[in-house]
Ligand binder design. Structure first.
Ligand SMILES: [Zn+2]
Ligand SMILES: [Zn+2]
Length: 222
């Protein structure tokens, strides 16, 4: 459990990484557009929606809740961040409940995954048996399926279902596989360049605005 007041301290640090994360996601979206340009199947097509519906019905692919009853969001199996380098292309996009989408972020934001090779498979591997020490994701799945055997079975079934869904898009798998060697280094550079740029520009502006500007703003006579 995160202590609420400690969030005050982490907020400033987070603002800077939010900018860099946003840039990485914008780059991955642009790259996805390029990859999708000459492809027949598009994420926004009715045909793709049908394939998603055939694979998952109207259920969340992770917790199986009925999406018509819960808030749902567009979900990228391989997250569109610097570590997972996912793309907005068929086979990687579906709809999940907002709760799973946010719980999955913990695995997606790990540089190195220990439970599986991808963020989505890792998220579905917290059966409560493999993590040492307290784990928020294991606790999440324990809340969804309290019975150990049922939980292990559901998580395995959901991983298999997602794997078979993805196998319907061999072209996407091929593109992702060929990009996977180059993208992480590129994205790491983009991320750190963006942070240095933000820090430098803020520094320059603050210097230019300077003590005078701050003093004027604080002055009671304004
Ligand atoms: Zn869910
Ligand atoms: Zn765990």
């Amino acid at each position: 459990m995160i202590e609420p007041i400690s969030q005050l301290r982490s907020a400033t640090r987070r603002a800077k990484s939010d900018v860099a994360n946003k840039l990485v996601s914008m780059f991955l979206h642009e790259l996805s557009r390029k990859v999708a340009e000459d492809r027949a199947l598009r994420v926004e097509s009715e045909e793709y929606a049908l394939l998603v519906r055939q694979a998952f019905g109207s259920k969340c692919p992770y917790c199986l809740c009925d999406l018509s009853e819960f808030q749902c969001v567009v979900e990228h199996l391989d997250g569109m961040n610097r570590y997972r380098a996912g793309l907005h292309i068929p086979g990687n996009v579906l709809v999940a409940c907002r709760r799973c989408n946010s719980e999955k972020r913990r695995d997606d934001s790990l540089k190195t995954l220990s439970l599986a090779g991808s963020g989505w498979a890792s998220f579905l591997s917290h059966s409560g048996e493999r993590c040492t020490g307290p784990c928020q994701t294991c606790a999440y799945w324990r809340g969804v399926w309290p019975d150990d055997a049922t939980r292990a079975l559901r998580l395995t079934e959901n991983r298999d279902r997602i794997r078979s869904f993805r196998s319907q898009f061999p072209e996407s798998e091929r593109v992702m596989a060929s990009l996977s060697s180059a993208l992480p280094d590129l994205l790491a550079k983009l991320y750190s360049d963006c942070q240095s740029f933000a820090e430098r520009e803020i520094g320059v502006l603050l210097e230019r605005f300077g003590d005078k500007g701050v003093a004027a703003a604080l002055s009671p006579n304004v």
